[in-house]
Design a protein around this ligand. Structure first.
Ligand SMILES: Cc1cc2nc3c(=O)[nH]c(=O)nc-3n(C[C@H](O)[C@H](O)[C@H](O)COP(=O)(O)OP(=O)(O)OC[C@H]3O[C@@H](n4cnc5c(N)ncnc54)[C@H](O)[C@@H]3O)c2cc1C
Ligand SMILES: NC(=O)c1ccc[n+]([C@@H]2O[C@H](COP(=O)([O-])OP(=O)(O)OC[C@H]3O[C@@H](n4cnc5c(N)ncnc54)[C@H](OP(=O)(O)O)[C@@H]3O)[C@@H](O)[C@H]2O)c1
Ligand code: HEM
Length: 458
């Protein structure tokens, strides 16, 4: 786009945090700035050097582009000063609503349009903070979403953003203004459900271990094992949550596969619950990675615990007093080493998955490479972490003393969802089902003759 047609002088109405920072940035970018203020004399000494300060009416009259840096609730009060001079100009609305917009409410741009029907209203810059405009854009988000009904006006404002060193993104017509206004009220919207699932599982599994371990010991044997609440029980609940979350990442793709096989096409929508589940797999995966990381750190710190020293010393003393030695078979050593190596390998792959979810890394991978890591290696990590847990628990589930008040040790419920997920995946690996699924995912539909598609793919 031709940057030479950029406006020479920009008017900013409002000399508060945003207006003055915006003006400073424009001046640094080589543009001229005129501020429109209710009281030019009072504010002139705190505005960036090089900018003019006039009354609102004079400033607006001098420019084609007017940036309205006034809070939403005060905009209507300026109508008297703006109405006669603003006609035919581009009015840039940077405002955000103070409270979360209620459903059905009008976006601010519609209210401005009613006040000034003869102007070209452009919604832009509302997601850039005054702080980042002042401090420099290196550490800040540079994206400016711009929407407007007047295409020429939108182009001019996008040029202005580029000149300021920002990345303008065309967000279409003013119908999208409400979405932009609502966006600033959202706090990690995609993380809401994954976080609730993670915290809910943590609570359930933690309470489970408290009942199974601390309360059982207290009521049945009169032993106070409450100190286990700090490290031992979290290091049971957290990895169990991690393993459950990991299966929740790979279960929806498997369910999607069965639906696609049943319908014989990928060109039909999934039920909403499955669609939404598929969309939060990344967040579930990263929450899972956080839990797995905490489990690994705690596990590596276990030898530092006084309780562990005490148990070792007690065991040695009992062996000396009783003149006996714990005997281990080669199989015992195998199981103990295998559970550790499976955990370590599983976690190493998860590190790879987490790295490939960084936007900069995603951009450097082809779709096939990304899919290989996320799907193929991801499944491998699920298998390894499940094997880690099975080898850790070994045959404890067969021993009646492992069941406290009839409740099985936590590793049993922790293994349930991974085992279901893996069992559902296995039939999909059968050559005839796998082949059909691959064809469906490449665009084949069962109603079309298969030979035709096979010819196409060969
Ligand atoms: C640490 C970690 C980091 C992760 N980071 C990411 C990440 O950055 N990005 C990411 O996407 N996932 C991420 N995940 C989640 C997971 O690894 C991927 O989603 C992975 O691709 C799932 O593989 P899959 O084989 O189960 O399913 P896929 O092969 O991805 O999907 C199965 C099939 O379901 C259908 N499908 C999938 N999604 C949709 C959809 N939205 N709408 C309609 N149909 C659909 C398709 O037909 C697809 O072929 C991460 C997981 C972990 C543990
Ligand atoms: N601050 C940010 O980081 C940020 C980020 C994105 C968007 N925004 C948006 O930018 C707009 C301005 O925000 P701000 O933080 O700069 O607000 P602010 O510090 O309160 O400044 C608003 C300015 O509006 C002018 N104004 C005109 N009529 C007014 C009235 N009746 N009462 C009070 N002031 C009046 C004042 O300038 P004069 O006294 O010179 O007239 C005042 O300095 C808002 O719509 C906000 O949503 C702000
Ligand atoms: C470097 C990698 C890992 C190491 C060193 C490790 C170590 C351990 C240790 C020491 C235990 C026993 C804890 C106890 O008795 O309190 C354990 C149990 C467990 N681990 Fe890991 N682990 C690793 C990775 C993982 C990963 C990635 C997962 C899952 C995603 C996982 C899931 C589990 C589960 C579910 C248990 C059983 C918890 C219980 O019910 O007591 N581990 N691991």
């Amino acid at each position: 786009m031709n940057k030479e047609v950029a406006p020479q002088m920009v008017c900013i109405v409002g000399t508060g945090d945003f207006g003055s920072s915006f003006g400073k940035r424009l001046l640094r970018s080589g543009l001229a700035v005129v501020f429109g203020s209710r009281n030019p004399k009072r504010v002139s000494n705190r505005l960036p050097e090089g900018a003019q300060v006039l009354s609102v009416r004079q400033a607006v009259a001098a420019c084609d582009i007017v940036v309205l840096a006034v809070r939403q609730q005060h905009q209507a009060a300026l109508e008297g000063q703006l109405s006669s001079v603003i006609n035919g100009k581009i009015l840039v609305d940077v405002s955000n609503t103070e409270k979360t917009p209620v459903q059905g409410s009008m976006p601010n741009t519609s209210q401005l349009h009613m006040l000034y029907p003869q102007t070209s209203i452009v919604k832009a810059f509302n997601m850039i903070s005054a702080w980042s405009l002042q401090a420099g854009l290196d550490d800040a988000c540079k994206k400016v979403f711009v929407c407007a009904d007047d295409v020429n006006a939108k182009r001019k404002v996008m040029e202005l953003a580029w000149i300021m060193g920002l990345e303008a993104v065309d967000k279409g017509s003013l119908a999208n203004a409400k979405e932009l206004e609502e966006y600033t009220h959202q706090l990690f919207p995609q993380w809401r459900i994954p976080m609730r699932v993670t915290l809910g599982l943590l609570l359930v599994f933690y309470i489970y271990t408290i009942i199974q371990d601390v309360l059982f010991s207290y009521f049945e044997h009169g032993m106070d094992r409450s100190f286990r609440l700090a490290i031992s029980l979290p290091n049971k609940a957290i990895p169990s949550v991690a393993l459950t979350l990991l299966s929740l990442v790979y279960l929806p793709g498997t369910l999607a596969a069965y639906i696609q096989l049943r319908r014989g096409t990928k060109y039909s929508t999934f039920p909403p619950w499955l669609h939404n589940w598929l969309l939060v797999r990344k967040q579930l995966g990263l929450a899972m990675f956080g839990c797995a990381g905490v489990h690994v750190i705690i596990s590596l710190a276990i030898p530092l615990r006084v309780y562990v020293y005490w148990k070792w010393v007690l065991s040695i003393k009992q062996q000396i007093d009783g003149n006996w030695t714990t005997t281990y078979t080669s199989i015992d050593f195998w199981q103990r080493d295998l559970y550790l190596i499976f955990g370590i390998l599983g976690f190493s792959i998860l590190v790879l998955l987490a790295i490939t979810s960084l936007p900069s890394v995603v951009n450097s991978l082809s779709w096939r490479e990304f899919h290989f890591v996320q799907s193929k290696l991801g499944w491998l990590s699920l298998l390894l972490c499940t094997a880690h847990t099975i080898c850790y628990g070994r045959l404890r589930f067969l021993r009646p003393e492992s069941y406290h008040w009839g409740i099985p040790p936590l590793y049993i419920p922790a293994l349930m969802l991974p085992c279901i997920t893996i069992s559902l995946k296995l039939p999909l690996l059968l050559p005839f089902l796998n082949r059909e699924l691959r064809m469906i995912r490449q665009g084949w539909t069962r109603s079309r003759p298969r030979a035709e598609i096979e010819m196409f793919h060969s």
